[in-house]
Design a protein around this ligand. Structure first.
Ligand code: B12
Ligand code: SF4
Length: 460
C-alpha cells in the first residue's frame, strides 16, 4: 500500500516592527495572507499569528506597554514597549520601540498552537530586521526542531544579511512558483495547486479570515509591478513582471473584505494602481459608484499623477475614494526627468485641478516629496514644498530610504558616512544616513516642519 504523506501544518507569523515610531496606516501582512490562502487551497493546514495585532487584551493592559490608539478609517497606533536602542543608533536622540504584542502574549499564542511542521515568517522594511530576528528566536525557543523559513521584502533585498544573522533555517528569495517544490522536498507533501503559485492572476483571495479580531479595514492588491524605473525604488527588483487582475477578481477581493471583516475601509497596496486600469479597475469602480459606494478607499501608496484625467478623478470621487496620495517627488522638472520621468509639474497641477473639480477637498489629498536623495539640495525640496502648497494640497516629506540593488544605491553608498552595505538599520528613513554637509539632519527636520508634517517618528 502506498503511504500518502500527511498535509503539513504551516504556521505563518507577521513579526514585530522595531523602530522609533510606527503607525498602522492600513498596514496588514498582505503577502502572508496570500501565502496562507495558497497553502490552504493546496491542502496544507495553516495558522497565523500577527505580532502587530492592535487589540490584544493582555498586551494592552500590561504595565510595560504604552497602549495603542484607534484613529480614523481603521488606522491607529500599535501598542508599543520601549526597548534599548541598537548600538548603531546610540547617538541618535530618539526613543526606540518594539511595536505590537507583548512578548509574553506572543509566547502564549505559540504555546496554544499545535506543533507546526514548518514556520514561515515574513519581513517588510529592511531596517525592521531586529523585530524579525526576535520573532525567529522566540519561535525557535518554542518549537526547537521545527524548520523556520524567512521571506518577504527584507529577506529579498538583504539575503546575505538575513542568511548570516536571522537564525532562520532558510531565506526564501526564490520565485513563488518554486515554493511548492520546496515544500514537497521538505515534507514529501505535494500541493494540489502547484501551478497557481507562479501566476498572480490565479491566486485565491487573501486569507483575511485569519485576522482575529477583524480589523476595520481590508488591504487590496489589484496588480503587481510598475512600468516605471525610478532609481530610488525597489519595485522592479521585487516585482519585475507587471501583472494585473481582471475586474472580477478585483471585485471579489473587495466583496470578500466586506463579507469576512465587515470592512468599510479598503487600502490599495499597488505600486501602479491606475496604470493600464481601463479594463480592470475602472469597471469595478463604475459598478461601485452606480450602487452608491458605502465604502471608502485609501491609497497610502501614491497614485500616478499622469493617470488623473478629469474622468478618472470623477470616478474616484463617485466610488468612495477618501485618502488620495500623489507621487510628485519633486516640482523641479529637470530632476523629475532624471529620476525616471513619471510626472512633471504641469501634469501635476492639472491633476490637482481635476481632483478639486471632481469634489475632493484639500484634506483628502496629500502629495509626497522625496527628500534627501544623493545630489538633491534642501532648497530644491523647499521649492517643491512651496509649489505643492500653492497647488492647495498638503505636502508630505518622504525621507529617502536607501535600498540595496536600486540604481541610486551606489550613489547612496558614496555620500553616506555610515556603512549602509553592512548595516540595514542605516536604511531607516528617520535616521537619514545619507545626511551630508550640504544636506544635514537639521535640514531634514526643518523641511518637515516647513511642510507642516508632524514629525512623530522624531518626537518619540
Ligand atoms: C504597501 C507598502 C507600504 C504601506 C505599508 C506596508 C506594510 N504592510 O507595512 C505604507 C504605505 C504605510 C508604506 C510606508 C513606507 N514604505 Co512601503 N511599501 C509598500 C509596498 C508598495 C507593498 C508591500 C506589500 O505589502 N506588498 C504586497 C505583498 C503581496 O508582497 P510581499 O509582502 O512582498 O509578499 C510576497 C513575497 O515577498 C513573498 N513572501 C513574503 N513573506 C514571505 C515569507 C515566506 C516564508 C515566503 C516563502 C515568502 C514570502 O510572498 C508574498 C506573495 O508574493 C512596497 C513596494 C513593493 N512593491 O513591495 C513598499 C516598500 C516596502 N516601502 C518602502 C518604503 C521606502 C516605505 C517608506 C519608508 C516610505 C517613506 N519614505 O516614507 C514608508 C515607511 C513607513 C515606516 N513606518 O517606516 C520600500 C522599502 C524600504 C526598505 N528600506 O525596506 C518599498 C520596497 C518601496 C520602495 N520604495 O522601493 N509602505
Ligand atoms: S513610479 Fe512609483 S512604484 Fe513605479 S518605479 Fe517609480 S517610485 Fe517605484
Amino acid at each position: 500500500m502506498i503511504h500518502k504523506p500527511r498535509p503539513p501544518l504551516v504556521l505563518l507569523v507577521n513579526p514585530w516592527i522595531t523602530d522609533f515610531a510606527a503607525h498602522d496606516l492600513w498596514a496588514k501582512p498582505l503577502g502572508l495572507l496570500f501565502l496562507a490562502s495558497l497553502l490552504r487551497e493546496g491542502g496544507c493546514g495553516i495558522a497565523l499569528i500577527d505580532c502587530l495585532e492592535r487589540e490584544d487584551p493582555f498586551t494592552n493592559s500590561h504595565p510595560e506597554v504604552l497602549a495603542g490608539r484607534n484613529k480614523k478609517f481603521g488606522t491607529g497606533k500599535y501598542p508599543r514597549m520601549r526597548i534599548p536602542k541598537p548600538q548603531v543608533y546610540a547617538d541618535f536622540p530618539r526613543r526606540f520601540h518594539r511595536h505590537g504584542l507583548h512578548p509574553e502574549s506572543f509566547r502564549r499564542k505559540l504555546s496554544q498552537i499545535e506543533k507546526p511542521d514548518i514556520v514561515w515568517i515574513t519581513s517588510i522594511m529592511t531596517y525592521w530586521y531586529p523585530g524579525v530576528f526576535e520573532t525567529v528566536r522566540i519561535v525557535r525557543d518554542t518549537f526547537p526542531s521545527v524548520p523556520v523559513w524567512l521571506g518577504g521584502i527584507y529577506a529579498r533585498l538583504c539575503p546575505d544579511h538575513a542568511t548570516r544573522w536571522s537564525g532562520a533555517d532558510r531565506i526564501v528569495t526564490e520565485d513563488l512558483s518554486r515554493i511548492p517544490g520546496m515544500i514537497c522536498d521538505l515534507c514529501g507533501f505535494c500541493l494540489t495547486n502547484e501551478r497557481v503559485w507562479g501566476d498572480f492572476s490565479s491566486w485565491p483571495l487573501p486569507a483575511l479570515d485569519l485576522l482575529k479580531p477583524a480589523p476595520g479595514y481590508a488591504p487590496v492588491l489589484t496588480g503587481v509591478g510598475c512600468p516605471y524605473r525610478c532609481p530610488y525604488c525597489a519595485s522592479a527588483l521585487l516585482q519585475p513582471k507587471r501583472e494585473r487582475l481582471g475586474s472580477q477578481p478585483i471585485m471579489d477581493q473587495i466583496r470578500w473584505g466586506r463579507h469576512v471583516l465587515g470592512a468599510s475601509d479598503f487600502a490599495f497596496y499597488d505600486d501602479a494602481l491606475l496604470l493600464d486600469a481601463e479594463h480592470t479597475l475602472r469597471p469595478v469602480l463604475e459598478s461601485i459608484a452606480k450602487e452608491g459606494p458605502g465604502i471608502r478607499f485609501h491609497v497610502p501608496n501614491a497614485l500616478h499623477v499622469r493617470a488623473l484625467s478629469k474622468k478618472w478623478c470623477e470616478l474616484l470621487h463617485a466610488s468612495g475614494f477618501r485618502t488620495i496620495r500623489l507621487g510628485l517627488e519633486t516640482a523641479l522638472d529637470g530632476r523629475s526627468l532624471e529620476w525616471g520621468g513619471k510626472v512633471h509639474s504641469e501634469m501635476y497641477l492639472e491633476a490637482v485641478e481635476n481632483l478639486f473639480a471632481a469634489g475632493f477637498s484639500p484634506d483628502d489629498i496629500g502629495t509626497y516629496l522625496i527628500c534627501g536623495l544623493p545630489g538633491q539640495r534642501p532648497e530644491e525640496v523647499a521649492r517643491s514644498v512651496d509649489f505643492v502648497r500653492q497647488s492647495g494640497v498638503r505636502p508630505y516629506i518622504c525621507e529617502f530610504s536607501p535600498i540595496p540593488g536600486t540604481p541610486m544605491w551606489e550613489r547612496a553608498l558614496a555620500v553616506s558616512a555610515f556603512d549602509l552595505a553592512a548595516e540595514p538599520l542605516y536604511h531607516n528613513n528617520t535616521f537619514f544616513a545619507c545626511r551630508r554637509p550640504d544636506f544635514t539632519l537639521k535640514d531634514m527636520v526643518a523641511l518637515k516642519a516647513l511642510a507642516g508634517n508632524r514629525n512623530e517618528k522624531q518626537q518619540e
